[in-house]
Design a protein around this ligand. Structure first.
Ligand code: FAD
Ligand code: NAG
Ligand code: NAG
Ligand code: NAG
Ligand code: NAG
Ligand code: NAG
Length: 482
């Protein structure tokens, strides 16, 4: 049996970042990565935009290529079946057993599917994207369910096919943005490029109570700036590249029917969606609307894989996340967890919360590597700066989107003010203020405000005296706070 100082399970961003940190801190120790997939996800083009905010590209590499990066790293393609915690061993599908001193579980999450109907697709990894692409070639109508980042990206990218977007909220992209920003995107979706002179609508002020839908939840399916870049997203109706997106607001899917089930159950397609042809799959919405489609993309979030490897050993949250403390330790001795599979249980810094995104998979992976290194000497590692404040940068509908702190007023119990500046088709700036202090912000477009706002959220400076000047476009806010 082979023995390793560190064993890391999973070749996603979290696992790869953890391995890189371990190989960097302890180049003389033996590190093993076991990954079920051929491809591992490496981070490229890291660009530090502010102290915390960081953008990067994700690149898929063959596992062999990755193992060549560090001399004392071994990468094995195999599926881990279970853990024997007393003897510090793991067993794999190919019948191998490995011994570890410290083990880190980074085996991710799986898409939460609406149904196991073969025409319902969840998009997760390269393989599922390929399935999606093949089906799309033949498609003339696609239903997309979900209101997070993946759904948003898909809707933006699909062309030459009718898209029906079913969302449970009153506004689009509610997982990440508020109704105002949703409207900002919806305008660009419907009008294509907005023409005419940009009209600045500045310094609008709201109290949170004026905004009807209440965004207390922030579960979030994952979002993707670039994952679709190399994917052919033209459907069968190639002669038309116009966007044809229809949104069914405030609707949830009640059931998914195969064609045979549909024909046998006496339902009819709603007038609005009636067509002369048969579809491969039919859905019924909770308000009674029925429609058929070539396929349905289920983009309704992920479930952590906490149950998949010796699930009975681990304390988990109801959604199957493995609970970890601030050193990313699970309840099992010498077993750590990071990335989508874990759920953090420490008391969050006031402007940080967990969201299953690349950004956090990387931050957690790097941090858990330090924690594992420290634990070899029975030391604890303090949480690093990236857990002080939530940050994420992505692209929606072609716009740069920066999310900072409590960007949707999370945890503020609806007691906050919103200061907005919108330039149609150009930028959308929203800040969340409470007691004169900034707690979060959404920046869409090239606003150049991320650094200043990050500082204002971190240092909790009293901004009451600036009032609405804070967002006055004629005031150079950077100079203000230098
Ligand atoms: C379509 C899509 C697009 C996304 N785009 C973005 C984006 O643009 N930006 C963003 O911030 N977030 C995005 N996300 C979310 C992001 O992908 C996740 O938050 C992040 O990848 C989690 O990384 P991870 O390393 O924890 O897990 P994963 O990336 O899920 O990796 C899990 C790894 O574990 C391996 N594994 C699983 N089980 C076993 C086992 N039993 N034995 C061995 N290995 C195993 C898998 O093969 C895989 O290598 C997207 C998600 C989806 C579904
Ligand atoms: C790899 O590990 C061996 C044994 O611990 C050590 O002698 C060697 O220097 C390491 N290689 C590198 C590049 O650090
Ligand atoms: C990194 O950036 C370069 C230059 O913009 C680009 O060509 C390359 O594709 C990027 N790498 C990844 C993995 O996206
Ligand atoms: C927000 O939603 C939560 C949960 O749905 C509810 O308990 C709360 O009363 C709502 N708050 C407001 C101001 O509507
Ligand atoms: C269901 O809701 C949608 C979207 O709000 C609406 O267009 C449709 O007419 C409703 N259908 C029924 C049967 O009420
Ligand atoms: C990692 O371990 C090495 C070797 O024991 C030690 O010198 C170093 O300080 C550790 N690094 C961290 C960040 O804990």
């Amino acid at each position: 049996m082979e023995s390793y100082t560190f064993v890391v399970v999973g070749g996603g961003i979290a696992g790869v970042s953890c391995v890189e940190m371990l190989c960097h801190l302890r180049p003389d120790s033996r590190v093993l990565m076991i990954t079920a997939s051929q491809l591992v996800k490496a981070v490229a083009n890291v660009s530090q935009l502010t102290q915390i905010l960081c953008s990067f590209d994700v690149e898929e590499q063959n596992y062999g290529e990755f193992s060549g990066k560090f001399p004392n790293l071994t990468v094995v393609q195999d599926t881990v079946l279970d853990i024997l915690p007393e003897s510090h061993q793991i067993r794999t599908d190919k019948g191998l057993t490995f011994h570890y001193e410290k083990l880190c579980l980074c085996h991710g999450a799986r898409p939460r599917l609406l149904s196991d109907n073969e025409f319902v697709l969840g998009i997760r990894d390269t393989e599922s994207v390929q399935v999606f692409q093949n089906k799309l070639k033949e498609a003339s109508r696609v239903v997309i369910v979900g209101n997070g980042g993946i759904a948003t990206e898909l809707v933006h990218e699909l062309k030459g096919v009718d898209v029906i977007w079913v969302i449970k909220d009153e506004t689009i992209s509610a997982t990440f943005v508020d109704p105002g920003a949703g409207q900002f995107f919806l305008d660009s979706l419907q009008e294509g490029q907005t023409g005419g002179a940009p009209e600045v609508c500045k310094r609008m002020k709201y109290s949170s109570r004026d905004l009807a839908p209440n965004s207390s939840t922030c579960k979030g399916s994952a979002l993707g700036p670039d994952w679709h870049r190399n994917i052919q997203t033209l459907g069968a109706k190639v002669e038309s590249t116009a966007r044809n997106v229809m949104v069914e607001f405030k609707s949830e899917v009640k059931r998914v029917l195969t064609r045979t089930e549909f024909q046998g159950c006496g339902l009819k397609e709603s007038d609005k969606w009636q067509s002369a042809r048969d579809w491969s799959v039919y859905i019924e919405l909770d308000n009674g609307t029925v429609l058929g489609s070539d396929f349905v993309v289920s983009a309704t979030g992920v479930t952590p894989n906490g149950d998949l490897i010796s699930g009975h050993l681990f304390e988990q949250t109801p959604d199957l996340g493995i609970k970890v403390d601030d050193n990313f330790r699970t309840n099992v001795l010498d077993v750590f967890a990071a990335g989508d599979v874990c759920t953090t249980t420490w008391t969050n810094a006031p402007h940080w919360f967990q969201m299953r995104l690349w950004t956090q998979a990387r931050q957690m992976g790097l941090h858990v590597g330090q924690c594992m290194n420290a634990s070899l000497e029975n030391r604890l590692q303090t949480l690093d700066f990236s857990f002080e404040m939530f940050t994420h940068v992505t692209k929606f509908f072609g716009y740069k989107v920066v999310l900072l702190g409590l960007f949707n007023g999370q945890t503020l119990n609806n007691e906050y003010e919103i200061l907005l500046r919108i330039t149609k088709g150009q930028e959308y700036v929203k800040t969340i203020l409470k007691d004169g202090r900034m707690h979060g912000a959404i920046l869409i477009g090239e606003t150049d405000l991320e650094e200043t706002f990050e500082n204002l959220i971190l240092n909790q400076m009293d901004l009451s005296s600036y009032g609405e000047d804070l967002l006055d476009p004629s005031v150079d806010i950077e100079d203000y706070f230098d």
